[in-house]
Design a protein around this ligand. Structure first.
Ligand SMILES: NC(=O)c1ccc[n+]([C@@H]2O[C@H](COP(=O)([O-])OP(=O)(O)OC[C@H]3O[C@@H](n4cnc5c(N)ncnc54)[C@H](OP(=O)(O)O)[C@@H]3O)[C@@H](O)[C@H]2O)c1
Length: 338
């Protein structure tokens, strides 16, 4: 009998999650039936909307059960499915568990089916939950398919040093745009400018946003990739140029809030400058993810696209890594090596 550990919610979050809001439980996994595989988790992805979605859960729920984006990279250690041989890696959505028995056959209501990870050769497997996974796809499609950036245009990204934001800025630079990043520490700003090739970057906690934007983009901003919402986004929208495009990826500034957050009104700018704003869920382009990953893997190999990771060690440290990511302790993709 194989034993497995999983995190369950011990308490519903009030504001910022705490380590003791989680509890580890052990379970015995059943023997494999025909068609099933036994997976051992190698990396667990910790993501902001694991916080955003938790109002949907009850105490005792596996963190976070079968929800769509609870991604992890796992190695198949035993298989009774010919299409999923032992030794292969898969990305799946079975919550914070160290082992699972899975039936990999896609169900009609699966939003994100199990995905086999291609052979990355010399790249780390963790990229399957980072730049060559859901965050990378969000950056790629959210920027290119919604904002259509053109060479010479000014692109601003918030949460710019994070999993999605760090890739958005680099793709915009590859497309010939002038790139401005907004991040939450001087260390992140330094990394954006000196390592990731952003043309300008500033610290939203210390800079005067309006002044910094006017200095970096005196003629205004053409494209805004919004990861955070709130006051930061109002400041960028107020500095946009006629016909600007805004891709709304997330709203992390409010995920821990218990009251409705307030931010300056943006509608006058939207009307006067005829701005276009569109939100998205990255699964919209699921059928094209592979193509995007191929292109991004090429950029990585050519040295045009760099990735940063903040990988914590040990399954039991998953809540700490999750809370740290929500506090902004990560530079690049936050994950846990199980
Ligand atoms: N729509 C989709 O399909 C989709 C897919 C993936 C991700 N997302 C969204 O994309 C956004 C970025 O996700 P990610 O995985 O790349 O996370 P991330 O940026 O790697 O990590 C979260 C970052 O958010 C910033 N942050 C924390 N509290 C904040 C606050 N109160 N105000 C402003 N920033 C704050 C911190 O960066 P600083 O230290 O720089 O502030 C922190 O490092 C999230 O909003 C997420 O929900 C959406």
């Amino acid at each position: 009998m194989v034993k497995a550990r999983k995190f369950v919610l011990a308490n519903l979050f009030k504001g910022e999650p705490k380590v003791d809001d989680f509890r580890i439980e052990e379970e015995e996994l059943p023997p494999l039936l025909d068609g099933q595989i036994l997976c051992e988790t190698e990396y667990i992805s910790v993501d902001p909307y694991q916080r955003g979605f938790t109002h949907r859960y009850k105490v005792g729920a596996t963190m976070i059960g079968s929800q769509v984006f609870w991604l992890r990279v796992a190695r198949i250690v035993e298989s009774r499915s010919p299409q999923h041989p032992a030794g292969w890696h898969v990305v799946g959505t079975w919550g914070w568990r160290d082992r699972t028995v899975v039936d990999p056959t896609p169900a009609p209501d699966d939003i994100l089916p199990l995905m086999l990870v291609p052979d990355y050769r010399d790249l780390p497997m963790s990229l399957a939950v980072g730049v060559l996974g859901m965050p990378g796809a969000s950056a790629y499609f959210g920027l290119l398919n919604i904002c259509h950036p053109k060479p010479g245009e000014v692109v601003v990204g918030s949460g710019a040093a994070g999993a999605v934001g760090s890739i958005v800025g680099q793709i915009a630079r590859i497309k010939g745009c002038k790139v401005i990043g907004i991040a939450g520490s001087d260390q992140k700003v330094k990394c954006l400018k000196e390592e990731l090739g952003f043309h300008h970057a500033f610290n939203c906690k210390t800079a005067n946003m309006d002044k910094a934007l006017k200095e970096a983009a005196p003629d205004g901003v053409d494209v805004y990739f919004d990861n955070v919402g709130g006051e930061q986004s109002s400041a960028v929208i107020a500095n946009m140029r006629q016909g600007g495009r805004i891709s709304v990826c997330g709203c992390i500034s409010v995920y821990n809030e218990t009251k409705v957050a307030m931010a300056p009104v943006v509608q006058m700018h939207m009307v006067g400058k005829e701005l276009v704003l569109e939100g998205f869920m990255v699964i919209r382009w699921l059928d094209q993810w592979d193509k995007a990953f191929l292109e991004m893997a090429q950029w990585i190999k050519k040295g045009k696209l760099k990735y940063r990771e903040a990988v914590a060690e040990g399954f039991e440290n998953t809540p700490k890594a999750f809370i740290g990511m929500l506090r902004g302790e990560n530079l690049g993709k936050a994950a846990v090596k199980v």
